[in-house]
Design a protein around this ligand. Structure first.
Ligand code: NAD
Length: 295
């Protein structure tokens, strides 16, 4: 069992840190939100008053923060963790950020002989709670092998996509496809319901047919079809529209840099931005259904 510091206890980080505690690791947590910290302390984690204090003595530091600017603020600069952690510390960032930001953090880590892995996740809040996340890693193989037993306490599928930043590239591709699938699923459900179909029946038909996809299987966007999905609790919690827009922005920027065509991704980005502009930024991303079925 390892001595682990976990920073960023939001919708994803909270249950991920909870699973590390359950697995028997010695876990110290830190977040700017006192409520988030208190919830983990109640589950058996320790805490400290700053990220630096929390990271003292850690063999492994894991971060799960909203965006690249938060990751840079925690790790880089004279005040950043990388300037203070001992050589040999394993550092895993599971936030979804730009590949070049991850590479910048990796370069700084390497310069200080710290082992860095970008390890964004897929599987949503449900996967974080159940400990069934997919980790999509970027880094060298020996660091990956060192991190794997720790990641297995929080996830089921642990992939090495390539070198530093490769985990983020794969994650951005995945989330762009997810946005397209969620918007398309919402559109199909709304069309069926306009024609008098029961959304639950239509969902079952499409799930077992060639339109089947992850949104239909575990994250149905129509309220009431799937009890455990955010759609059935007013689209609260889950993966925020604002975070999906951040990821679609990362995909768009990356496509521009690489002269890659992403017409479907660009359209999905337009739809999610329009939806956020209508005051839905802090709802779960499956609330894109409301664009097609105003409540
Ligand atoms: P969230 O907003 O719920 O949580 C982020 C947490 O980080 C908050 O508790 C916040 O207080 C904390 N924080 C911010 N800056 C901090 C700092 N400097 N020091 C300490 N704590 C700080 O976000 P989330 O939904 O948990 O997502 C986290 C990351 O995971 C994002 O990059 C997101 O894109 C990605 N992700 C989310 C999901 C999902 O379903 N929610 C799925 C896969 C990936």
């Amino acid at each position: 069992m390892a001595t682990i510091t976990f920073i960023g206890l939001g919708n994803m980080g909270g249950p991920m840190a909870g699973n590390l505690v359950k697995a028997g690791h010695d876990v110290t947590v830190f977040d700017l939100s006192k409520e988030a910290v208190a919830a983990l302390v109640a589950e058996g984690a320790k805490t400290a008053s700053t990220a630096h204090e929390a990271a003292k003595g850690a063999e492994c530091v894991i971060t799960m923060l909203p965006a690249g600017k938060h990751v840079e603020a925690v790790y880089l600069g004279d005040d950043g963790l990388l300037a203070h952690l001992p050589a040999g510390t394993l550092v895993i960032d599971s936030s979804t950020i730009a590949p070049e930001t991850a590479r910048g953090v990796a370069d700084k880590a390497e310069a200080n002989n710290i082992l860095f892995l970008d390890a964004p996740v897929s599987g949503g809040v449900g996967g974080a709670k159940a400990g069934t996340l997919s980790f999509i890693c970027g880094g060298d193989e020996s660091t990956f092998n060192k991190a794997k037993p720790i990641l297995e306490s929080m996830g089921k599928n642990i992939f090495l996509a390539g070198g530093h930043g490769a985990g983020q590239v794969a994650k951005i591709c995945n989330n762009m496809l997810l946005a397209i699938l969620m918007a398309g699923t919402s559109e199909a459900l709304a069309l069926g319901v306009k024609n008098g179909l029961d959304p639950a029946v239509l969902s079952e038909v499409m799930k077992q047919s060639s339109g089947g996809n992850w949104a239909l299987n575990v994250y149905n966007p129509w309220p009431g079809v799937m009890e455990a999905a955010p759609a059935s609790r007013g689209y609260e919690g889950g993966f925020l529209v604002n975070l999906m827009n951040k990821d679609l922005g990362l995909a768009f920027d990356n496509a521009v840099k690489n002269h890659a065509a992403i017409p479907m991704g660009s359209l999905a980005r337009n739809l999610f931005e329009l939806h956020a502009g209508q005051g839905n930024g802090t709802l779960d991303f499956s609330s894109i259904q409301r664009l097609y079925k105003p409540e």
